[in-house]
Design a protein around this ligand. Structure first.
Ligand code: HPA
Length: 294
């Protein structure tokens, strides 16, 4: 039987090389890393004293090809806390192999990062959510058709059969909920919002391979399976991070109603526009969260 030998981008040594390169550009200790999803890249502008490294300069990193992703690692400070921010990620639908998709997470783990915040754009399967809502991911369904840990296991990353009982850290979820409550109250008090809308939801994210959006029949099926939102990312990175024993926080920006929910067709432009519309509140939520989880 033909077996692919250890691909160069999946070696522990490669992650060490990437980590050392990043540390040579930014030497401060980083405990928290953040991945910015489609349309959410503007958050990188909030980083102070930043050092930006295009992915192509980092050993063994792939490049991002999708519109709306700048494709660079931004290192610097948010609310006085040192962070590493992935502005643009590697998606499975772009044709990357899973080890390439999770390579940045592997590198963060080797760098000593303890907390990983994953953000994404997602379609709502829930009729009660609306575009512009943010959804705290409480669990996921891996329906990408594969698992990023498939293949030889390197114990230096983690165990062969990692537990997935609590992928998304409960304490982090409480921190985000509290921050969202405070933001909503402040915006009501200062007149930014007319009503106290519960913009933060909680639900199950269903990870799909894409690149097509789903059919209404598929969305119907995912709803029956317990999904609240669908998207094409996050799940591989969350699995890799838990393998490496990082604490994970996942936040979806609901950019559109999923196929067949509202009857409207889905455009990538709409996904990007909704991301831009919620940028203000999203930034505020992330800033407060990062300041609290250190
Ligand atoms: N489906 C899958 N991925 C998505 C969607 C969607 O409706 N919206 C944003 N990313």
């Amino acid at each position: 039987m033909f077996m692919v030998k250890n691909k160069s981008f999946m070696n522990y040594e490669n992650a060490v090389e990437a980590a050392e390169f990043i540390k040579s550009k930014y030497s401060k200790t980083i405990k928290t890393a953040l991945v910015l999803g489609s349309g959410l890249g503007a958050f990188a502008d909030e980083i102070e004293n930043s050092v930006k490294i295009p992915y192509e300069e980092i050993p063994h990193f792939a490049r991002s090809t999708v519109e709306g992703h700048a494709g660079q690692l931004v290192l610097g400070e948010i609310a006085g806390v040192s962070v590493a921010v992935q502005q643009g990620r590697f998606h499975f639908y772009e044709g990357y192999e899973m080890p390439q998709v999770i390579f940045p997470v592997r590198t963060f783990g080797v760098m000593g990062v303890e907390n990983l915040i994953l953000t994404n754009a997602a379609g709502s399967v829930q009729t009660s959510f609306k575009p512009g809502d943010l959804m705290l991911i409480r669990d996921h369904l891996n329906l990408m058709g594969t698992n990023p840990l498939r293949g030889a296991n390197d114990e230096r990353f983690g165990a062969r059969f990692p537990d997935m009982t609590e992928v998304y850290d409960k304490e982090f979820q409480e921190i985000v909920s509290e921050a969202a409550k405070n933001i909503a109250e402040e915006r009501l008090a200062d007149g930014t919002d007319k009503e106290l809308s519960p913009f933060l939801r909680r639900g199950v994210y269903c990870g799909l391979s894409g690149p097509t959006y789903e059919t209404p029949a598929e969305i119907h099926m995912f709803r029956m399976l317990g999904a609240d939102a669908v998207g094409m990312s996050t799940v591989p990175e969350a699995i890799a991070a838990r393998h490496q024993k990082m604490r994970v926080l996942g936040i979806s920006c609901i950019t559109n109603m999923a196929a067949g929910i509202s009857g409207d067709v889905i455009h990538h432009e709409e996904v990007m526009e909704t991301g831009a519309r919620v940028a203000g509140i999203f930034k505020e939520l992330l800033k407060r969260t990062i300041a609290t989880i250190v």
